[in-house]
Each structure stands twice: as structure tokens, then as C-alpha cells.
Design a protein. Structure first.
Lengths: 325, 919
């Protein structure tokens, strides 16, 4: 692994102060939370920085309640805490393996780097394909998945928490030397496998808040992968709804992950499904429209056509609770 | 005089006890003594030549491996754990190109880097090496060309790893890129720049490394009686062994000028030979030290270029060099199972006999030969049993491509074509409306028979394996009776228990395995064996054999198997040869010492040595156990005027087999048999397969250590499941290996493992040690077809491409839905079965054959049985002598060449020497 200087602040204030100092000196750095994503990438020399700020000792970021999830809450804690929303807990429990969940954090999972066969490789491997757009090592290399489009990186976002948090309409809270800001998590992501989200250099996620009515939302999270034990999702679908006393959905949200460079909240599709709700046939239509809405590319284990077809199956399965009379 | 007596003039040691921790000898366990010796151990398969050596100590008992404490306490030293003072760290510079000529290598910048001590390139080692003497085609580092991405170009040794890695980047290599080939089918064509040049033996101008043509019997005659056929073009992805420990090596030229190479190797002896060739020094100047091996599975059974590199760097630098692979480098050296395209044709006649098997196997060898010569044969000849077949036609070809080299992997060469055969049999059973287990049971070769290719088969427990899995899995209640998405399937296996010919053939009847024993006054037995303990338990089985024959507890046996300086030559841990050959050698060495002890006892007790038997650390008269001496008393008597007792035992295979070209490939002193039933759940909407339960019966002759046999069965099941479900070395369209890491190379984890019920069948092989045969590779074979057949039972689709990822299964489901006009796969119906009249015929035949088999296995005066008797030929005469239309052909005729199969088209090329050109 390339050498870097590790900073270990004990408070959020101190962490931000270090980030300010580094930025002012023109030094690039990475935040490190659980390290389960960053360290493997560093070992492969992927976009390494000479400074790393660890958030491990920043206690303010570890708070967990029904409506507040600190960025440094471990995924395993979220998965097993009795106050966690059941769908969020299900998604958390499905992430990687228990060892990784005990290290990986909520903030880290949301910020998970995008993945691609052409980037998640050793340095010599990437050299053998003359690098790629995402880590071009100064060569201006083209994208290896979709050549001749030198604008976007199409590496795939393969994290599980985001779609559920999107459906729960949660807010994401960000801090930096220049102050704090927050936004709905669906606005947090930015369609590009390199920039991935709106975080500016020096910014970090502090926590997520859930709306007070989140308990009233039911739903499911379904994911596709080769091995249930620890593979990244090749497709993930979260469907959450709020029902009236007749158990008909009055609000519905669908979000997907593992299919593009960012997770996507499918507002139009869920809205039109809800407009003329007719049970089974509406679910079928919704599933078909989600399938059409996603645009996976060929850079993970399963092929794009299969993943699209499975999105339909996963959506239907996630909607099962809507059809139980 | 009975007992020990201190004699004047001898050393005044105290009266010896029995030896071992407990000074009292245990009574003999009658349950462990074979009935042929008057004990209570039942022998349904008859007596064995080693029965009289059984002392009831350890054979047949669950035994923890003798080296397990080293491992579980973390004290085992694997390749990378070896530390020698003053070591340097070695790194290898690898090719980024699939195929290129090396124009120049500039090491000057690397050499200027502080901390860099030595660099080496292909110019430092010109001599070729390779595991098979006929196909030595590897260099320590590229001499002229690099042949796959990851091929070795140069190496560097530095004071620490970071410096070595930095130096690796500073070595500048100039290449001229050549057109690479990645599709194995392209390897069959002529090429401007074949990957290797075989000189006058080059086949056309192609990349065909080896081709095989074999025809036995009257193929066209037999096919005319076919009423059911199976034809499928199979595609198998290449898989890697994915052992836990990446390759690692330490080379040390000691102050006397000798080289010690520490390496986790399965075949230290071949490394020894290759080092001598490459370094141009005599073998006696080299000590190959096998470290603990963190898994091999065939992937550590070639002499490797990095081993040469470490030795070269150590020689250049004058310091020890340690070189350890990253996981990615393990994939570059590979030697995994060949990616293959196999056309499988099976034919059955109206009596449900397998009247013909026609196989065409094109296998992708990658950039080097490795074991490929043998693999090409194995893809054919290893599916000529356990069934009696009417005719056999095989064409095979192995081609070079610009990929990491394929080689030997657990189940070497037999796995893929076996899968195709067993799935084909399931299809034949479906067409004939019979039960697939009944079909198999009615077509088995009897024990002590000869296969169609002339292999001498001794013990066969195939029938019992099938019957046991049928019973224990509840087969009859489940097969074709489970709901959509649930299924059960069966598959069988057949594998060699040691290869009949050693790789390095020596004219002077050099033994395959040799074991030396030494016992001094302390009574402990030092065993010197070259058998490579790779985690399979070879140290344990050798220790068990010695302990059993000498009547000693296992803790009195110490195995020294690591160093070529002290170990007798052993060919290594491949082809499942170790238990069969080394335990036989150990038994014969121990018998020598046993005779010494019995002679000494006879002298001390003044009794007849014929009546003496060995029990737990005591030698006594069988008729009067009070007449006898302790082990130590006998030992000390035997040491009179002589000192330590020393003996040597060896094993060599008996002469066997036929004389046609390639007849030796697949010959073995014994063969193992296995049958699995697998129960699966298939998600019809996603294609995801879950293997729920496996009943795994394996005929290992005699389980010397049932615990280890069960471990091998479960481990094989896991490894085979990986290949059938998810493991594949996946290449991109431009030939890059996409998944050289253990996240994307998808090995099933413990969560994916089914509940495996191991069933041990003991067919008591007449030549095996105490009746034993192999258990390390054979049990892998049946899991692949069992899962494929279970998938058919569940959803009615027949796979022909592995791994069977959900995506591939889903495609098959979609195809079936489309052909039946069904929109929702949940509305598919699972296959059903109504028995035809043939079912009764088969059951009756199976029952007759069962009686036949029992009488053959028990009757030592049995007559000959040649494959073909089921089809009306005289069983006692070789078929080519009794039937004029029965042929043995090893080269194709023109009519075949006019319309060859895929691999068979390799025969369209003419060797250079036969074209009158010599290059």
C-alpha cells in the first residue's frame, strides 16, 4: 500500500480543522471511516492521497436513534438495533459479511466508491489495459466500458442503504470548514462514477435524519447477487409505501441501486402506478416501468439484460406486502 | 527363557517398558482385526493380503492429522513464513501485453535505486523446463517472447518490499506487440506466429499443442442399433484452484555453495530436476525443502518460473531471497482447469445398453504445456468406465492461447467430460423412460475387468455407491415427484488412484515411492518419505501404515518428509497416488522391521516365529499370549551388534495396459468410484440455484482414516460446487482476465454449502494398502452432473454451459417458456416420468449383474472379463481378438478428416517433419 499520513482527530471540530489546514496547504486527502472500501482501493493504488483523516474517534458521529443515524454508526449496529426501520435493517443486514458490517459505517456505505471490472484491479493490471477514465494516471485514458465517450464514468454504485433511505425521504447532513448544509438524500448523488455525489473537497457526512412519520412506512428491499454471503448487489430495489386503513397505498416510493453510477429514486414511475391503483396489475406495470427506467452497463458480474429483467422480478417481490389482503 | 534379561557387557539401561506414553500394552481390539485373522472385523469383500499385518492400532479409526496441531496453533511454517537472516525481497516484472516480443530490457534505473541488490532477466537463464519431459516449454523469464499478460519478464531483489516494488516500476521493457489469440477455436488455425515452435514436431503452423484420436470397437456398427441419443456442445469456463496460500518461495545459497529452496510444492522432485537444468548445477547441490503447503489441488505441482527467479536472484546477490505472490499473481501462474468445448454424444440401444460414446474435446491450454499432454488424453479415456460400452470414439486437442497456462487441477482432465457424460445419461434415461439410477446399475463393468481402452480395473464399488445414495437420499420418493423448482439428480465418477507411469520415466525400474524407516533405542520410528504433505494427510497415512504394522501408537512415529536431502525420491502429490503408493512402500518398509522384531522375539522367547503376532507394543504367541516380550525388549535384542534398525520399502506399479499409442494415459494400479445425489432448489423467476443436500458415496477401497476421507468428500463437494455454480476465470473481449481476485472469482462460501452426507464404500482393493484407494480427487467429479441433473428435475431445462450462474439458468428457463408459449415461468411444469417396459428389463439385469459382481469379487480364481461381454462378445477374450469388426485406431482416416468434429479438425494439419520441412 502506498504510504500516507494518518490524522486521528477526536472531535468533529478537530476533524474539520485538520481538513481546513490540509486544503489551505493545497494537500489532497481522504476521509476514512470503516476503511472496508478505501483500504482495498488504496492497496490497488486507486486514486490514493497522501493524507487520510480517520473519523474513528469522532464520537459525535456515532449517535443512533429512531430518526437520527450518525455517519460513523457501524452497519452491524444499524442492522441489529431494535429502533432501526425494518426495511433499513433488512438492507443493512444484507450488506457484505458480518466482519465487514462490523467495520463498515453508514456514512461510508452511502459514499461507497463506484465499482467496475476495469477499475477495481491492481495497478499493473490497469496499466495492462492502458488505464481507464476513472483513474487515468495522467494519460487521459478513455472509458473501457463504453469507449469514445470521454465525459462520464459509468462505474456502478453498489451500496444498499441509499435506496431505502431515499424511499424514507431522509435528509443527509454535511459539514465542512465553510459550514453545514443538508438536503434530501435523493439530491445527494450526482450522475458520474467519479464525482458520485455533491460532496466538495473537505466536506463530510455527519448524519442522516429520518422524517418523524417513517414508522408509518412499510415496504421491502430486494437484491440480486451471485452469492448471498457477501457479494455486492448487482441490482437492488427498495419499495416503501404508506397505506390507508383499507390497506391501499396512499404514498409509494421506489428506488434502485447497483444499476447505474448512482442510486435512483423513481418518482414518476411510482406516481403513475399510484394514480390508478389496481393491485396486481399496477404492481406489474410498476415493475415493468422500473425495468425500463434503469440503464445498467456491462461492468459487473451479471450482464445488463439479465439485471434489467431481474429488476422487474425484484420490484414485484418488494411489492408483495402491498398485495397481501 | 521368557522376557528381557540384562546381560553383562551391555549398556546399563533400565529394564525397558513397552515404549510409548503408557507402559501397559492395550489388549488387541478384536473389532479391528479382520475375520480372515480370526478377528471380528467383517470382510464382505473378502480377505486382503495385508490382513495379517493389522495390529488394530490406527487403521480404520478416525485420526486427527499428525500435523494438525502445528496448523491450529499457528506454528506451521508456510512458504512465506520462512525467514533467513539477511533476506532480500524479490518481485517479478510481468508483461502487460498478451503476446509480444521483448525487444530490450533496461534495468539501469532500477539498479541505481538505493536498496536494490540484484536484477535478473531471461538472459540469466536460457534453459527450458516444464513438468513433462516431452513438453519443456517454459523459461524462468521471457527469453524471446511474452505469451500472456502476467508472463515473467524480469525480477528484482531489494532490501525491503517497498523498494522491490518501486524497482519493479523502474525496469523498462520495450515490446513489439504481436497478434494475440484468445478464443481456443482460433488455436486450431494456422498462425503467422504460433505461440511456441515445436520444430519438426510442430503441428501444421497452428497452435495445436497436442491432439489425440482414439477409436475402440465398431463405432458405426454399434450406432446403427441406437434408439436413444444425446448430443450436446458443452462449454466449460476455466477455473482456478484458489488455494488459501499464494505461491511463495525462499532461495538460499548456503556457505558451502549449496542451494536450499523452500517452497510449498506438491512435487518437490520435479522442482529439484528443473532447478538443476535451469541453474546448470548437479542435483546433489540442491536441497528442495517443502514447507507446509496451504492448499495445492494441482496448482502447486509444476516447477514454477518464480522458483527459478528466486534461486537466480539469490545466486546473483549472494543473499537469501524471499518472493511471495499477490493473489493476482496466483491467477497469472494459474494451471487451473482447462476452459473446454466438449461435444458429447451418447447412444443407447433398445436394451438400454450404452452402445456408443463419441467425445470431442477442445481444451484451452493457455500459454504453456504444463500437464496438458496428459489432460488431452484424460478428457477422453477417463470416461470409458464405470460403464460397459459398445464403442468409443474420442478426438481431443489442446491448443495454446495467450492466457495464463491451464494445468492439472483436482480431478485432472476427467471433470468436464464426466459432467457431460453423466448429464447425457440422464437425458438417455429420460428418452427411454427409465430411472437414471436403474440405467446406470444395469450397465456397470464388473470388478476385475478390462475397460474398452484396455485399463485393468480391479475393485469396483460403483454399484454400492449408487445403491447407498438411492437409499439414503430417499430417491424413489423424490425423483420426478418434487414440485416445480425442487429437484434431485444423480451423477457418478471414476478416477485414477495413482498414474501407472511416472512422469519422469526411468529405465531401471525406479520405484514410484520409497519410504525409509529408522528406529533407535528410544523406540520412536523416524520415517523418511518424499511424499509431499499438502494438507491431504499424506504424513498421517504413512505414519498410520507404519504404526499399524509395528503395533505402535501414532505418537511414536515421526515423519520427516520435507527435505530432498533426507527424503527418498518421491514423485509427488498428484494423480491421487500418495496413499496407494506411499502407504504400500511404508508397509513394505515396516514389514522388514517387523520381521526383525519377530526374529528377535523368537530368539528371546525361544519359540516358533510363525506363531508370533504383534499387538499394542507387544509381540507374543498368538496361541499363548503370555509368551511374548514388549516392543522395546524385542527392539533392543534386534539392535544387537547392529545399532539402529533401518529399512527401505518401495512401490512400483505392476505391468499393465495395452500397447496402442497413448495406452499408458489413464492407466492406474486401481480406480476409485463415486456416486452423488444432490437436491436443489431453483428460483424459477431468477434462475438462482441453491444446493440443499448432497448424499456423497465414494469407494475408496478402505478408509484408512475415515475422518480424512469424509473431509476429502466434503471438500471435493465444495470445490466441484464452485465450478458448477459460480467459479470461472472470466476474460473480457480483448482478453484481459477480469477477476483475478477472490471477490470477483466467486468461490461458494460456507453459506452456499449444502448439508453433505458422506458415505464411505469400502471395496477392499487387492493391491491397495490394507485395501485402500484414492479419496482426494474422485469425489469431486459427481457433484457437477448431480447438480445439473437436479436442475433438470426441478425446472426441466438441461444445462450445457458452466458455471451455471443464475443468468444462464434464467436464459434456459426463458427459452423453455418461449417454446411452450408460457409467459410466467411459475406456470411451467416440472418433468414427469412414466416407466416404460425397459425399466423392468434394466432392474432384472442390474440384479443379475449384482450377483455376478459379488461372485467375481470374492472368487480369486475368477475368469477374465473384457468390456464387450454385455454386447455378446466372449468375455474371456480381448474383443479385438474375438470380433473382426472390432477395431483400435489411433489416427483418423480420410473419411473422418473430410468432416471432422471441432477438436478433431486438429488432425487436418500435418506435422512439419511429415511435410519434409524442418525448421
Amino acid at each position: 500500500m502506498p504510504p500516507f499520513k494518518l490524522h486521528s482527530p477526536n472531535s468533529l471540530e478537530e476533524a474539520i480543522e485538520i481538513s481546513r489546514e490540509l486544503s489551505e496547504s493545497g494537500l489532497e486527502f481522504d476521509w476514512i471511516a470503516g476503511g472496508t472500501d478505501l483500504i482495498p482501493n488504496y492497496k490497488w493504488h486507486i486514486n490514493v492521497k497522501s493524507h487520510v483523516i480517520s473519523l474513528a474517534s469522532v464520537t459525535e458521529l456515532k449517535e443512533l436513534s429512531t430518526t437520527h443515524i450518525g455517519a460513523m454508526v457501524r452497519i452491524n449496529e444499524l442492522a441489529t438495533d431494535k429502533h432501526t426501520h425494518p426495511v433499513l435493517a433488512k438492507a443493512a443486514k444484507s450488506i457484505a459479511s458480518v466482519m465487514i458490517r462490523r467495520s463498515g459505517t453508514v456514512g461510508g456505505n452511502i459514499c461507497l466508491d463506484t465499482r467496475c471490472y476495469w477499475i477495481n484491479q491492481s495497478e499493473s493490471w490497469r496499466e495492462s489495459i492502458d488505464w481507464c477514465h476513472k483513474c487515468d494516471c495522467g494519460t487521459g485514458a478513455d472509458c473501457r466500458v463504453i469507449p469514445n465517450q470521454n465525459t462520464l464514468c459509468v462505474a456502478t454504485y453498489q451500496a444498499d442503504l441509499a435506496p431505502v433511505l431515499m424511499c424514507l425521504n431522509s435528509q443527509i447532513h454535511i459539514a465542512s470548514p465553510s459550514g453545514k448544509r443538508s438536503m434530501p438524500i435523493s439530491n445527494f448523488f450526482k450522475l458520474d462514477g467519479m464525482t458520485r455525489n455533491v460532496l466538495e473537497p473537505g466536506e463530510l457526512i455527519t448524519h442522516i435524519t429520518l422524517p418523524s412519520d417513517s414508522k408509518e412506512w412499510q415496504g421491502d428491499y430486494q437484491k440480486l447477487r451471485q452469492r448471498e454471503s457477501w457479494d455486492f448487489p448487482e441490482a437492488g430495489v427498495a419499495v416503501l409505501w404508506k397505506s390507508n386503513p383499507e390497506k391501499e397505498p396512499i404514498q409509494l416510493r421506489v428506488a434502485t441501486t447497483g444499476l447505474e453510477s448512482i442510486p435512483i429514486l423513481h418518482e414518476d414511475e411510482s406516481k403513475s402506478a399510484l394514480e390508478n391503483w389496481e393491485g396486481v396489475s399496477s404492481v406489474d406495470e410498476l415493475a415493468e416501468s422500473i425495468k425500463k427506467a434503469v440503464k445498467p452497463v456491462k461492468n459487473t458480474w451479471f450482464s445488463p439484460p439479465y439485471r434489467k429483467k431481474m429488476v422487474k422480478v425484484l420490484t414485484k417481490r418488494a411489492c408483495r406486502g402491498l398485495l397481501v389482503s | 527363557m521368557v522376557g528381557y534379561k540384562q546381560q553383562p557387557g551391555k549398556l546399563p539401561f533400565s529394564k525397558p517398558g513397552s515404549g510409548g506414553k503408557n507402559s501397559f500394552s492395550k489388549p488387541i481390539e478384536e473389532n479391528m482385526i479382520p475375520s480372515s485373522q480370526g478377528g471380528k472385523l467383517k470382510q464382505p469383500w473378502g480377505p486382503h493380503r495385508h490382513d495379517s499385518l493389522v495390529s488394530g492400532q490406527v487403521i480404520g479409526k478416525d485420526t486427527a492429522l499428525v500435523d494438525s496441531n502445528w496448523k491450529v496453533t499457528g506454528q506451521a511454517h508456510y512458504g512465506d513464513d520462512v525467514r533467513i537472516k539477511g533476506e532480500l525481497i524479490g518481485r517479478i516484472v510481468r508483461s502487460p501485453h498478451h503476446y509480444a516480443r521483448v525487444i530490450s530490457i533496461d534495468c539501469s534505473r532500477a539498479l541505481k535505486l538505493p536498496g536494490v541488490v540484484a536484477v535478473a532477466t531471461g538472459a540469466d537463464a536460457n534453459n527450458k523446463f516444464g513438468v513433462l519431459p516431452v513438453t519443456k516449454d517454459e523459461h524462468a523469464m521471457a527469453v524471446d517472447k511474452v505469451r500472456h499478460a502476467g508472463d515473467l519478464v524480469a525480477c528484482v531483489a531489494a532490501e525491503d518490499e517497498a523498494t522491490a516494488r518501486e524497482a519493479e516500476r523502474l525496469i523498462e521493457v520495450e515490446y513489439e506487440i504481436l497478434d494475440s489469440i484468445h478464443d481456443m477455436r482460433d488455436g486450431l488455425k494456422d498462425s503467422f506466429e504460433p505461440i511456441h515452435d515445436r520444430g519438426k514436431y510442430h503441428i501444421g503452423e497452428s497452435n495445436v499443442q497436442k491432439r489425440v484420436f482414439q477409436e475402440f470397437g465398431d463405432v458405426s456398427g454399434m450406432l446403427s442399433s441406437s434408439v436413444a441419443s444425446y448430443k450436446e456442445d458443452w462449454v466449460f469456463a476455466g477455473v482456478n484452484h484458489a488455494f488459501t496460500e499464494p505461491h511463495a518461495v525462499v532461495a538460499h545459497w548456503d556457505p558451502t555453495g549449496r542451494l536450499t529452496l523452500y517452497t510449498p510444492q506438491q512435487v518437490p522432485h520435479y522442482v529439484h530436476r528443473a532447478l538443476a537444468d535451469v541453474l546448470e548445477i548437479p542435483m546433489h547441490q540442491i536441497n528442495v525443502h517443502r514447507t507446509f503447503v496451504g492448499g495445492g489441488f494441482g496448482g502447486k505441482s509444476d516447477p514454477f518460473p518464480h522458483e527459478m527467479c528466486a534461486a537466480i536472484l539469490a545466486r546473483k546477490s549472494g543473499r537469501p531471497v524471499r518472493l511471495t505472490f499477490d493473489r493476482e499473481e496466483v491467477y497469472w501462474v494459474n494451471r487451473g482447469r482447462h476452459p473446454s468445448r466438449i461435444e458429447m454424444n451418447l447412444h443407447a440401444d433398445e436394451e438400454g445398453r450404452i452402445c456408443g460414446i463419441e467425445t470431442d474435446a477442445l481444451i484451452d491450454g493457455g500459454a504453456f504445456a504444463s500437464f496438458g499432454h496428459v489432460t488431452t488424453y484424460y478428457n477422453g479415456v477417463l470416461h470409458t468406465a464405470p460403464y460397459e460400452i459398445g464403442s468409443f470414439h474420442y478426438t481431443g486437442a489442446r491448443v495454446w492461447t495467450n492466457k495464463p497456462a491451464s494445468g492439472a487441477m483436482r480431478g485432472h482432465g476427467a471433470v468436464n467430460s464426466r459432467c457431460a457424460v453423466e448429464v447425457g445419461l440422464d437425458h438417455l434415461a429420460e428418452q427411454l423412460s427409465v430411472d437414471p439410477i436403474s440405467l446406470r446399475l444395469a450397465n456397470l463393468l464388473p470388478p476385475h475387468s478390462s475397460t474398452i481402452t484396455g485399463f485393468r480395473v480391479t475393485s469396483i464399488g460403483m454399484r454400492e455407491c449408487l445403491e447407498r445414495v438411492r437409499q439414503e437420499s430417499g430417491w424413489t420418493k423424490k425423483f420426478r415427484r418434487l414440485p416445480l423448482g425442487k429437484g434431485i439428480g444423480v451423477g457418478c465418477g471414476f478416477f485414477i488412484s495413482g498414474s501407472g507411469l511416472p512422469i519422469h520415466w526411468d529405465p531401471n525400474k525406479f520405484p514410484h515411492a520409497t519410504v525409509h524407516l529408522k528406529i533407535d533405542m528410544d523406540g520412536g520410528v523416524t520415517v523418511h518419505t518424499g511424499a509431499a504433505e499438502i494438507g491431504q494427510g499424506s504424513d498421517t497415512v504413512v505414519a498410520q501404515s507404519v504404526a499399524e504394522v509395528l503395533g505402535l501408537p501414532l505418537d511414536m512415529i515421526r515423519i520427516k518428509s520435507r527435505e530432498s536431502d533426507t527424503s527418498p525420491v518421491d514423485l509427488g502429490s498428484y494423480s491421487s497416488r500418495v496413499t496407494f503408493m506411499n502407504a504400500n512402500a511404508a508397509i513394505s518398509a515396516a514389514m522388514d522391521i517387523r520381521n526383525n522384531l519377530i526374529d528377535a522375539t523368537a530368539q528371546i522367547t525361544n519359540s516358533d516365529k510363525q506363531g508370533l503376532v504383534i499387538g499394542d507394543r507387544r509381540i507374543f504367541q498368538k496361541s499363548d499370549p503370555s509368551v511374548g516380550v514388549s516392543y522395546l525388549e524385542a527392539l533392543h535384542k534386534a539392535q544387537e551388534d547392529r545399532g539402529a534398525l533401518i529399512s527401505s520399502g518401495a512401490y512400483r506399479t505392476p505391468p499393465m495396459g495395452k500397447t496402442h499409442k497413448g495406452a499408458a494415459a489413464g492407466l492406474a494400479p486401481a480406480y476409485s468410484f463415486s456416486a452423488y445425489a444432490a437436491e436443489v432448489t431453483v428460483d424459477v423467476e431468477t434462475g438462482q440455484i441453491n444446493v440443499e443436500k448432497v448424499w456423497a458415496a465414494h469407494d475408496c477401497g478402505k478408509a484408512l482414516n475415515p475422518l480424512a476421507v469424509k473431509g476429502q468428500i466434503i471438500g471435493s463437494c465444495h470445490m466441484g460446487m464452485g465450478q458448477v455454480l459460480s467459479e470461472e476465470m472470466r476474460y473480457s473481449r480483448n482478453g484481459s482476465l477480469l477477476n483475478p481476485d477472490l471477490l470477483d472469482y466467486k468461490i461458494p462460501s460456507v453459506h452456499e454449502m449444502p448439508e453433505v452426507t458422506p458415505i464411505i464404500v469400502e471395496s477392499n482393493d487387492p493391491e491397495g494398502p490394507f485395501g485402500a484407494k484414492e479419496a482426494g480427487e474422485g469425489p469431486l467429479l459427481p457433484i457437477l452432473p448431480a447438480v445439473c441433473n437436479a436442475v433438470y428435475d426441478a425446472i426441466g431445462v438441461r444445462p450445457s454451459e458452466l458455471p451455471l450462474t443464475p443468468e444462464k439458468v434464467f436464459k434456459l428457463i426463458e427459452k423453455r417458456c418461449k417454446s411452450e408459449g408460457i409467459l410466467d415461468p411459475l406456470h411451467l411444469s416440472p418433468p414427469s416420468l412414466n416407466y416404460s417396459d425397459l425399466q423392468t428389463t434394466l432392474e432384472n439385469r442390474a440384479s443379475e449383474h449384482s450377483t455376478r459382481d459379488i461372485s467375481r469379487r470374492l472368487n480369486e480364481e475368477r475368469s477374465e472379463y473384457y468390456n464387450g461381454a454385455l454386447f455378446g462378445l466372449d468375455p474371456s477374450i480381448p474383443p479385438d481378438q474375438s470380433d473382426p469388426s472390432w477395431a483400435v485406431r489411433v489416427t483418423p482416416d480420410q473419411s473422418y478428416l473430410d468432416d471432422p468434429r471441432l477438436a478433431g479438425s486438429a488432425w487436418k494439419h500435418t506435422e512439419r517433419r511429415k511435410r519434409g520441412e524442418e525448421k
